[in-house]
Design a protein around this ligand. Structure first.
Ligand code: CTP
Ligand code: MG
Length: 218
């Protein structure tokens, strides 16, 4: 079995949520980071990037903390530098609910293809607004929403990050960089409960879900 490093970018400022560093915001009594870490107790190592100046939480058995960078991509690059696993899973601390079935799909797919990410179909009609008015409707079935965790052979992601640095590429997730390298990224079925806590309204949904989540806050 391949060894697995989990990289958790948690160094964001949480500007849209407006409650300070998002990883430390509490849902049902636990921080988003604590919810996330609980999902990865099985991993060989978990590396977390925190905002600069924040006191690192008590180190747990398989968890270590570093200072994040200016952008998410910088935080992941720093996390990757010290990672030792054959496979890396990159997961946003802002997604506190990690479904075990998705992890299993990812680990299976990454072993076969070297890169895999979870996606969801779009539930709503998708348009391109024109100056604030209803614009062209896009063909929804042609698009997908991308979640984390994203799984890669560590060497593939390392190469992708090197290419990004050399070419000055920036991206909102790792799969874009890996694809830019010319490497195919497999898609697996995601889970809507793995949504990203982004806006204040998302907290109510997270609180509700926490009540029933396996091993949850209750
Ligand atoms: N992140 C990070 N380092 C940064 C910016 C973001 O590690 N310099 C992390 C966040 O902590 C989060 C994930 O990337 O876990 C996804 O980012 P996002 O949801 O945008 O979180 P924030 O950047 O904190 O939120 P906002 O954009 O509203 O400020
Ligand atoms: Mg952000």
């Amino acid at each position: 079995m391949a060894s697995v490093s989990v990289l958790i970018p948690a160094a964001g400022r949480g500007a849209r949520l407006g409650r300070g560093p998002k990883a430390l915001v509490r849902v049902a009594g636990r921080t988003l980071l604590e919810w996330t870490l609980e999902a990865f107790v099985w991993a060989d190592e978990v590396r977390v990037a925190l905002p600069p100046g924040l006191p690192a939480p008590q180190p747990a058995a398989n968890v270590s903390f570093i200072e994040g960078g200016a952008e998410r991509q910088d935080s992941v690059a720093r996390l990757l530098k010290g990672a030792g696993g054959d496979v890396v899973l990159v997961h946003d601390a802002a997604r506190p609910f990690v479904a075990r079935a998705v992890i299993e799909r990812l680990l299976e797919a990454v072993t076969l293809y070297g890169a895999a990410v979870p996606v969801l179909p779009l539930p709503d009609t998708l348009i391109e607004p024109e100056e604030g008015r209803y614009g062209v409707a896009l063909e929804r079935s042609r698009y997908a929403l991308v979640q984390t965790p994203q799984a890669f052979f560590r060497e593939v992601l390392g190469e992708a990050h090197e290419l990004a640095r050399a070419r000055g590429l920036t991206a909102t997730d790792e799969a874009q960089l890996v694809r830019a390298l010319g490497y195919p990224v497999e898609l697996v079925k995601g889970d809507p409960r793995m949504f990203k806590v982004t806006y204040p309204e998302d907290l109510a949904l997270a609180e509700a879900l926490a009540q029933t989540w396996p091993g949850g806050g209750g």
